[in-house]
Write a protein that binds this ligand. Sequence first.
Ligand SMILES: Cc1cc2nc3c(=O)[nH]c(=O)nc-3n(C[C@H](O)[C@H](O)[C@H](O)COP(=O)(O)OP(=O)(O)OC[C@H]3O[C@@H](n4cnc5c(N)ncnc54)[C@H](O)[C@@H]3O)c2cc1C
Ligand SMILES: *[C@@H]1O[C@H](CO)[C@@H](O)[C@H](O)[C@H]1NC(C)=O
Ligand SMILES: *[C@@H]1O[C@H](CO)[C@@H](O)[C@H](O)[C@H]1NC(C)=O
Ligand SMILES: *[C@@H]1O[C@H](CO)[C@@H](O)[C@H](O)[C@H]1NC(C)=O
Ligand SMILES: *[C@@H]1O[C@H](CO)[C@@H](O)[C@H](O)[C@H]1NC(C)=O
Ligand SMILES: *[C@@H]1O[C@H](CO)[C@@H](O)[C@H](O)[C@H]1NC(C)=O
Ligand SMILES: *[C@@H]1O[C@H](CO)[C@@H](O)[C@H](O)[C@H]1NC(C)=O
Ligand SMILES: *[C@@H]1O[C@H](CO)[C@@H](O)[C@H](O)[C@H]1NC(C)=O
Length: 528
Amino acid sequence: MKKKSISILVFLLLHFTCADSDSVYETFLQCLTNHTNQTDHISNIVYIQNNSSYTSILRAYIRNARFNVSSTPKPLIIITPLQEPHVQAAVICSKQVGYQLKIRSGGHDFEGISYTSYNPFFILDMFNLRSISVNIDEESAWVGAGATLGELYYKIWEKSKVHGFPAGVCPTVGVGGHLSGGGYGNMLRKYGLSVDYVVDAKIVDVQGRILHRKAMGEDLFWAIRGGGGASFGAILSYKINLVTVPAKVTVFKIEKTLEENATDMVFRWQFVAPTTENNLFMRMFLQPVTGENNQTIRASIMAMYLGDSNTLVSLLAQDFPELGLKIENCIEMSWIDSALWWASLKTGTNNPPDALLDRKLDSAKFLKRKSDYVSKPIPKYSLNLLWKTMMELGKPELVFNAYGGRMNEIAASETPFPHRAGNLFKIQYSVNWEEAGTEIENNYISQMRSLHSFMTPLVSKNPRSAYFSYRDLDIGINHNDKDRYNEGKIYGEKYFKGNFDRLVKVKTMVDPQNFFRNEQSIPLLPSN
Ligand SMILES: Cc1cc2nc3c(=O)[nH]c(=O)nc-3n(C[C@H](O)[C@H](O)[C@H](O)COP(=O)(O)OP(=O)(O)OC[C@H]3O[C@@H](n4cnc5c(N)ncnc54)[C@H](O)[C@@H]3O)c2cc1C
Ligand SMILES: *[C@@H]1O[C@H](CO)[C@@H](O)[C@H](O)[C@H]1NC(C)=O
Ligand SMILES: *[C@@H]1O[C@H](CO)[C@@H](O)[C@H](O)[C@H]1NC(C)=O
Ligand SMILES: *[C@@H]1O[C@H](CO)[C@@H](O)[C@H](O)[C@H]1NC(C)=O
Ligand SMILES: *[C@@H]1O[C@H](CO)[C@@H](O)[C@H](O)[C@H]1NC(C)=O
Ligand SMILES: *[C@@H]1O[C@H](CO)[C@@H](O)[C@H](O)[C@H]1NC(C)=O
Ligand SMILES: *[C@@H]1O[C@H](CO)[C@@H](O)[C@H](O)[C@H]1NC(C)=O
Ligand SMILES: *[C@@H]1O[C@H](CO)[C@@H](O)[C@H](O)[C@H]1NC(C)=O
């Protein structure tokens, strides 16, 4: 009986939504027109489902093919602002028509929550708002939310060969999500996170106002440097401080299988990588590989050294003999070339590094990610069990990212990102695949969950922590109704630990109606 009335209700709701979509569109357009200049022709940047460009606009920034299938919920409308007032109007008018507004910058959210939802929703797509202005005298830059990291690196390179920015290694990642969610890359140990260099921001709040740091206040400014933008407003741009980089940096990649004593190298990496010179970042990949008649694990170390190769080789000969680094393994290059190298793009052309500007529209693999933090070295006998587990499962891979260095010097409460001192490294679990299909997807995802469960005794606990920007809906979702605070606390404490409460207070203060919400947004205090 109860079930039946629920399905009738669902039917009525769906029916209502469909029948009503024309009038929602008309009202929304009217409202946008009312809130922008006539000369803006705002209707030209609003795409409704029946428009012939709707699908290509939607797909352009889908970065996970799991959310590019017919069953993926689609937005009724996509708005692609050309100017800041368009964002203000989009916020005001989405609120007026009662639709959820998903904000997308680069679209790299691992669970696609910037462009999907189970509620009727619109997408505010920020890709046009991507201006970058670099000021070398001030060693700073303003960067639009819709810019990519590759564009940012390129624009810095145009002005200076000895400046850079500490952020992610994938050039297509969007500034809007990356800088609001933490942001780390191969200068993490020297400089910390991207958010540690954010000095100002422009945000459209729930009332449609554009606020700078001064106007938004230090609490909100704190929150949008690691707590995620999407719980608080629509971020237009960030002002960042640049960092200095040497004219030449050194990179290397070394691979070893179990037969080549990879276990010794992996074991020792845990002691060296988080404690060595801050100029050195070593990322380690662990992959099951199948040979002709056998299976093994391949451990690969990719490194970035802010210095020359001779110094690096003698440093590691002493501290890390298990690696066996030789001068011929090292490549010296400019910082901008290293950005290409880390992204597996062609280096050393002396041409402008145009590949960093390639947005690779409408291309994605199927993928799933999870994360963990490790504060005690994993003993060799556990590594051997891990190899066995990974070979049995067959698909999931691990990436260990060394912490330490600058990360140890910044207090956990300085920004919402809490995983600082005390962590040796972060683990990323990853599976990528090419073939569509529910069965394949379920199989790979369940393999990854098994590996995550195998790791339980070896990683952080109470709470078992996770990196917010490695979005993982397995660790809890919010239905944004009566129980939203308790639901939010489950994933919120994993992502933000002791900073969760402050995020909740800021959220309650700046968005008391919970307009800016999603599957893992910061909830309001329970009394609201
Ligand atoms: C291939 C790949 C490589 C990656 N490499 C790294 C890495 O090296 N280091 C690292 O730290 N992370 C990395 N990530 C994770 C990445 O930092 C996050 O996925 C980040 O959120 C992506 O930002 P986006 O703008 O591209 O994503 P989107 O999907 O557009 O947004 C992500 C989240 O931020 C919100 N958001 C986006 N823009 C705004 C805005 N303007 N205002 C308010 N809210 C907004 C969205 O609503 C969503 O909740 C990687 C991800 C991928 C897919
Ligand atoms: C799409 O839908 C809108 C609103 O219902 C309508 O005004 C428009 O004519 C339709 N366009 C096409 C190409 O069907
Ligand atoms: C737009 O403005 C007109 C005139 O001020 C007003 O009558 C109308 O209700 C507004 N429409 C919307 C959707 O805001
Ligand atoms: C409209 O344009 C004028 C002049 O360019 C500008 O001053 C005003 O702020 C604009 N209004 C809106 C709502 O964009
Ligand atoms: C599709 O939408 C865009 C943006 O609003 C508009 O410029 C275009 O004319 C629309 N196309 C059709 C066929 O309606
Ligand atoms: C692996 O380690 C063993 C014991 O230390 C050593 O004898 C062997 O030469 C090493 N193998 C390789 C390929 O380095
Ligand atoms: C197993 O395969 C790997 C590569 O696939 C190879 O390097 C290794 O030597 C093989 N080991 C044995 C014991 O055959
Ligand atoms: C989405 O799927 C279509 C085919 O259905 C394909 O052409 C397109 O490239 C895919 N895009 C992404 C981002 O996966």
